[in-house]
Design a binder for this molecule. Structure first.
Ligand code: NDP
Length: 291
């Protein structure tokens, strides 16, 4: 049996189209959805990510307000910018691209983003609400929300499923686990100190790999028919590619494909969903600001 490929690129395109229609609707009612992007320093990958996000904004009809500060910017300067954007009525979402330069305390900056504009979902109050029964966060972090959306849109049954999340980071593993619990999965969260990882993964109907190690999850750890969501994006040498690198996931994809029931490829799985969910969160914020 070969697993069904979960086409994140196509699902993200559908979400972009839904957001585009929603943005059109809001514009017709006099609200222009707006996302502010804040980029500090000259990290090449960060520049690339922000430009992808701004391109997506342009495609779906969200206005983007880009702010770039030099790597030498002080924490007070970044803070002042975020506070100014927080008070700007044209801005419905604020995205501070991480990582920030080392001399700036990320926590201070992220906590300065008003919770109602925290479209990245990283504010501790949003994460806290995610962890509480009966509470809804204003915004769910984009990559974890994308993981759930992929499961939903491919018809995976989350309710009652045994789910194993490998990774417990603030930005991926932990919020994914909380979201799965909220959807009535029975969740095991694994990490670098987990005793017998293969045995844990073998129990799962749903595996989410968010480790950051190329091909770390082996095919024979996967229960036949399981749904596998691979969040990992790891550059590996490939002399045939421009720049001599290509991206692979955390799961040993080719052999795992022969065991799993459904699996995301890397690239083209979770990756495109992150931006799609950012667009969705921004639209939701704009719609709410209007109400
Ligand atoms: P982190 O490095 O913050 O977290 C990695 C997690 O993996 C940690 O919880 C760590 O455990 C765990 N881990 C590390 N080694 C092992 C091991 N040997 N066995 C079991 N668990 C282990 O990474 P992120 O969560 O930020 O990212 C994970 C991956 O997802 C990366 O490849 C990243 O590039 C990718 N990513 C992709 C996105 C997308 O849009 N597609 C967005 C964000 C991330 P411990 O806590 O014990 O250290």
């Amino acid at each position: 049996m070969t697993a069904r490929l979960i086409n994140g690129k196509a699902i993200a395109a559908t979400i972009h189209e839904e957001v585009r229609r929603g943005a059109q609707d809001l514009r017709a009612r006099g609200v222009i959805p707006g996302l502010a992007t804040v980029l500090v320093g000259d990290n090449t990958a960060s520049h690339k990510y922000v430009s992808m996000k701004r391109k997506a904004c342009a495609e779906v009809g969200i206005e983007s307000f880009h702010h770039e500060l030099p790597a030498t910017a002080t924490q007070a300067e970044v803070l002042a910018l975020v506070q100014r954007l927080g008070a700007d009525r044209k801005v419905h979402g604020i995205l501070v691209q991480l990582p920030l330069p080392k001399h700036i305390d990320e926590r201070v900056i992220l906590e300065a983003v008003p919770i109602g504009k925290d479209v990245d979902g990283f504010h501790p109050l949003n994460i806290g609400a995610l962890a509480m029964k009966g509470r809804e966060p204003d915004f769910v972090p984009c990559t974890p929300a994308g993981v759930i959306e992929l499961l939903d849109r491919t018809g995976a049954k989350i309710d009652g499923a045994d789910a194993v999340v490998v990774g417990r980071s603030n930005i991926v593993g932990m919020p994914v686990a909380l979201l799965l619990i909220g959807r009535n999965a029975t969740v095991t969260v694994c990490h670098s100190k987990t005793k017998d990882l293969p045995a844990m993964v073998r129990r799962a109907d749903i595996v989410v790999a968010a480790i950051g190690k190329a091909h770390f999850v082996k095919a024979d750890w996967i229960r036949p028919g399981a749904t596998v969501i691979d969040v990992g994006t790891n550059p590996v040498d490939d002399p045939g590619k421009p720049g001599g690198k290509r991206l692979v996931g955390d799961v040993e994809f080719e052999p795992a494909k022969l065991v799993a029931g459904a699996i995301t490829p890397v690239p083209g799985g979770v990756g495109p969903m992150t931006i799609a969910m950012l667009m969705k969160n921004t639209l939701r914020s704009a719609a709410r600001a209007r109400a």
